[in-house]
Design a protein around this ligand. Structure first.
Ligand code: CUA
Length: 323
């Protein structure tokens, strides 16, 4: 009776525990809902494999439980040997052939899906946008065809093929926005490519997927998908002020907080370095102590935008903190 009761509680607990995870709003056990053809194909492959492995799990576990029950000792002494069975050619052939067929089916299906995942769909020049993605410790930087640059937020038009060139000037990172496709590594000295074609406007969340240092976890990305017209107006009107804001929020705030109030890194809002163009330039370009050289390779205009933003929006003076 006691054994039955504890088994009952164990099963109930396992059901409740897994139901919560399965129903979680981010997709739970399953991948996020795809919004690009390549992400869709990755999901299809996932569900095919899940189907096979799920069926195998149920089959094996059922057989296990049935056999434990059917061949239990029934109180016979421990020293008594059970019936000795050996060799069943037909059975052994079946359990060799079935796994081979399953693996072959999965293999064939994956190779069938692969071109649709990795090959960039053909598109006319007007239906395709090329964007360079640069991984940095610890932020993402995006360069658009007309020379515009943004940080942390990648802007892209809906229903167009967005072809990404992925590079890194420092260490290995990995570009990953699950709803828009698989991971693509950003490796120093190497150029990788991936693409997406978002099927609706909206914001998609990504995360650097390769451990790249202390603040790897803070290296998030957002893909902001809008209509083609909104995208054009964003890249053509990206003002210096906007660039300064995105640099501060995408790069500095990762460690120093949104208002520069200090988080992992020291408080900036009371640091007079923020209003000294030369000092700020040097520390941003070269790094200092544990701070990485986040602005290595930035243009003068980019540095200027950051100095302007920091001066007007972040620096509160030493008096404000009373110190
Ligand atoms: Cu960049 Cu992890």
């Amino acid at each position: 009776m006691r054994r039955k009761l504890s088994l009952f509680f164990l099963v109930t607990f396992a059901v409740l525990e897994t139901a919560g995870i399965a129903a979680a709003e981010n997709g739970g056990f399953t991948p996020e809902f795809p919004h690009s053809p390549n992400a869709e194909r990755i999901n299809t492959a996932y569900y095919l494999i899940l189907g096979f492995t799920g069926a195998i799990f149920v089959l094996v576990e059922t057989a296990l439980v049935v056999f434990i029950w059917k061949y239990r000792s029934r109180g016979r002494p421990r020293t008594t040997e059970g019936a000795q069975v050996h060799g069943n050619t037909r059975l052994e052939l079946i359990w060799t052939v079935i796994p081979v067929v399953i693996l072959a089916a999965i293999g064939i299906f994956v190779f069938y899906e692969l071109p649709g995942i990795s090959d960039v769909p053909k598109a006319s020049a007007s239906d395709r946008v090329n964007i360079t993605v640069e991984g940095h410790q610890f932020y993402w930087q995006f360069d658009y065809p007309n020379g515009a640059r943004s940080i942390a937020d990648l802007h892209a038009p809906v229903d167009k093929v967005v072809y990404l060139t992925i590079v890194s000037p420092d260490v290995n990172h990995s570009w990953w926005v699950p709803q828009l496709g698989g991971k693509t590594d950003a490796i120093p000295g190497r150029t990788n490519h991936t693409w997406f074609k978002a099927d609706r406007a909206g914001t998609y969340i990504g995360q650097c997927a390769e451990f790249c240092g202390t603040f790897h976890e803070a290296m998030r990305a957002r893909v902001v998908v809008t209509s083609a017209a909104e995208f054009e107006s964003y890249v053509s009107s990206q003002a210096t002020k906007e660039l300064g804001r995105s640099e501060f929020q995408g790069v500095c705030a990762t460690c120093h907080g949104m208002q520069g109030q200090g988080a992992y890194g020291p408080n900036l809002s009371t640091n007079p370095l923020l209003i000294q163009a030369s000092g700020l330039t040097s520390i941003v370009r070269n790094g200092f102590g544990t701070m990485p050289p986040v602005g290595e390779g930035w243009s003068d205009a980019q540095i200027k935008a950051l100095v302007q933003y920091a001066k007007s929006k972040i620096y509160k003076g030493a008096a404000a903190s009373g110190g």
